[in-house]
Design a protein around this ligand. Structure first.
Ligand code: S3P
Length: 448
């Protein structure tokens, strides 16, 4: 059972029977952001269905409205009346990206191409996140960007225009950095090439190409030609695999479960979670495979399974970076050791997820050791309680993925002997609205 004790505290008791039924998760967050941004700088109207109305994507809409883009939001669709590549207006006030790293980094690429000055800021969490990774390449392209407090963090003051193309090695597998540079490249003189150490999600490449840009991936590089005419598109956003992951994990962990998750985007640059689930012994079947806007989509049939530990590393990390908190929860219930490494990027997400995942897992009695670039789970031979967690007090640190991961952990938790009530309490549970406003209701719907 899931209860909201007050506005920001969620109390979850363990599931008494398996999850059953069907669910369609909200639209993909990365794709929803891009649909608004590319629609805004295209000519004509872009129509988006199954758009994610999470706070992050609403921040993107608000920023573009401030730059004169008319965006209609109806229950069935979002209509973006594009102003063309050079049609954005100078906003009268600071642009606020809220909690959204994707809004910040992608919009910075677009702002760098504008002949006006903007100031971009965000909430407490976003203002701690590193921006040097975009300041450096954008400055190399001739944009004038200063961090207002001189600390390479938000707020950023961006004076754009007169960009030159660049060939840039990002040094980190980040779709936000890659997309930022590619978007600036649309406004530059000459081609822009971005190379990354491992392939990050390629939604920008797929969608920009469908809008009419000349953008070509080759191995770990991608090259964009400048000054395209972009044309408004009809976009049907697939279900977000990052949101589907919580229901998949819950169904795998709670005995007697069988659920169908409909219409999930399974782009190979995003499906690392499914690959890891299968390596852990999960029973997941893909059905009704289709392709929408270049993005592969499938229904996923999931049945409870006994999981075993695994190693998660290397080029797989970017394909599941947002799913590591829920994978860590699954690993705590699995037989044997799980090693997560090469994932230092976790430290610069909405929270330091190496710390917030391991702290909360420890509170639930897990055998987990944080490392510099990941964590070890169930590594102690002869750990007194291998596998399994008990109810506890969880702090989301206002990180949506931490709140959702530990809501799933709570469903499978055992009661802690002598401790009453037999429930997990998630402080700051409301933050799920960043990416999934109806999360608790949807989870409860499968438990009835
Ligand atoms: C995103 C890229 C990833 C991911 C984020 C969304 C995107 O960030 O963690 O949730 O939409 O491009 P990085 O590019 O920083 O890895």
């Amino acid at each position: 059972m899931i209860q909201y004790s007050d506005k920001n505290t969620v109390t979850i008791t363990p599931a008494v029977s398996g999850l059953r039924g069907e669910i369609t998760v909200p639209g993909d967050k990365s794709i929803s952001h891009r649909a608004v941004m590319f629609g805004a700088i295209a000519e004509g109207t872009t129509e988006v269905t199954h758009f994610l109305r999470g706070e992050d994507c609403l921040s993107t809409i608000a920023c573009f409205r401030k730059m004169g883009v008319e965006i209609e939001d109806t229950p069935e669709r979002i209509l973006i009346h594009g102003r063309g590549l050079h049609g954005l207006c100078c906003p009268q006030t600071t642009l606020d990206a809220g909690n959204s790293g994707t809004t910040t980094r992608l919009i910075s690429g677009i702002l760098s191409g504008q002949p006006f000055e903007t100031v971009l800021t965000g909430d407490d969490s976003l203002r701690t996140r590193p921006m040097q990774r975009i300041i450096r390449p954008l400055t190399g392209m001739n944009a004038d960007i200063t961090s207002v407090n001189g600390d390479s963090r938000l707020p950023l003051r961006i004076r754009g225009g007169h960009l030159r193309g660049i060939s840039y090695d990002t040094g980190v597998a980040s779709a936000q950095v890659k997309s930022c540079i590619l978007l600036a490249g649309l406004y530059a003189e000459g081609a822009t090439t971005v190379t990354e150490p491992a392939l990050s999600r390629n939604h920008t490449e797929l969608m920009l190409s469908s809008f009419g840009a000349d953008i070509r991936p080759e191995g770990l590089s991608v090259t964009v030609q400048p000054q395209p005419r972009l044309h408004g598109q009809k976009i049907s956003v697939p279900g977000d695999i990052s949101s589907a992951a919580y229901f998949i994990a819950a169904a795998l962990l709670v005995p007697g479960s069988e659920i169908l998750v409909r219409g999930v985007g399974i782009n190979p640059t995003r499906d690392g979670f499914l690959k890891v689930c299968r390596k852990m012994g999960a029973d997941i079947t893909e059905q009704n495979l289709t392709v929408s806007g270049g993005e592969p989509v499938a229904d996923l049939l999931v049945r409870s399974s006994s999981l075993r530990g695994t190693v998660i590393e290397g080029s797989l990390i970017p394909a599941l970076i947002d799913e590591i908190p829920i994978i860590a929860v699954m690993a705590a219930f699995a037989e044997g050791e799980t090693i997560i490494r090469d994932a230092a990027e976790l430290k610069v997400k909405e929270s330091d997820r190496i710390r917030t995942v391991t702290e909360n897992l420890l509170a639930m009695g897990a055998d987990v050791i944080p490392t510099d670039d990941g964590m070890l789970i169930n590594s102690a031979a002869g750990h007194p309680r291998p596998g399994g967690l008990h109810s506890a007090q969880i702090d989301s640190h206002l990180d949506h993925r931490i709140a959702m991961s530990f809501a799933v952990a709570a469903l499978s938790a055992e009661s802690r002997t002598g401790v009453s009530p037999d429930a997990t309490i998630i402080r700051g549970g409301d933050c799920v609205s960043i990416s999934y406003p109806g999360f608790y209701k949807d989870l409860e719907g499968l438990l009835l």
